[in-house]
Design a protein around this ligand. Sequence first.
Ligand SMILES: [Zn+2]
Length: 252
Amino acid sequence: MNIDFWTYVDLPDHLKRKSIKEYLLHLKKKYHLSTLDEICINNSVSCMRRIVNTPYISKITGEPTGVWCTQFSVDNIMKMSIEELYALAQEDNGTTIPPEKSKKAQRNFVEFICDTLEIKHTVSNSIDYLLNEIEKASGSIKIGSDISNDYIKPLRGCIMKLIELNIERGHSSHEHNNIIATELITAAYSNRDIYFIFNSIYNEPAGDYGWYTDDPNVAGRQIELIRSKALNRYSRDKLIQLGICTEKCGCA
Ligand SMILES: [Zn+2]
């Protein structure tokens, strides 16, 4: 089933990812959706491997596995065996199932954000009114980064792969952590987003290592250190030398 919101939900940029993430975790818990992949929810790197009608990329090798990310109707899921579903996903059938636009889902999501920001709402409040209240309330709590926009650089592909690989194997070396942390900081990731990535790798209490703390809003010691020294992210040459990047990699 593919549910979309009734209309575009215009949230402030700094709230968007966090709100979607928290809402999905809330749904997962509320409806006991054990197959809703938490790693996928927690970091936006993993979900990039799951864009519909694209080849599914192996986490280990970074190569296509021969299976396509395929949408199934509820009907097909109920009727067909795993083998039959798998066979369908062996080729790109190019079709997408149009999402069902839902006013109820939209209302539920917006009210959820209101609750997290302690904004009072009643059934008589319109969505536009509530979004406006969210905008007002969140302006004052913006978790910004003091890096100006000119210096924000998006994550490079080879670093995304490194993050995925380390999440998959559940560990990361000190050097890898430095590479990942400087990359995330340069990409202006918030404390919460950095927390989610390191926590996805280690999947355990923060301990004394300093890459994250047990409070998602409080950065670890190492992260603070990198920020205070304004350390650059690793150069491409250095990454190639370390075997993280290759000459074939399209990163800058
Ligand atoms: Zn690269």
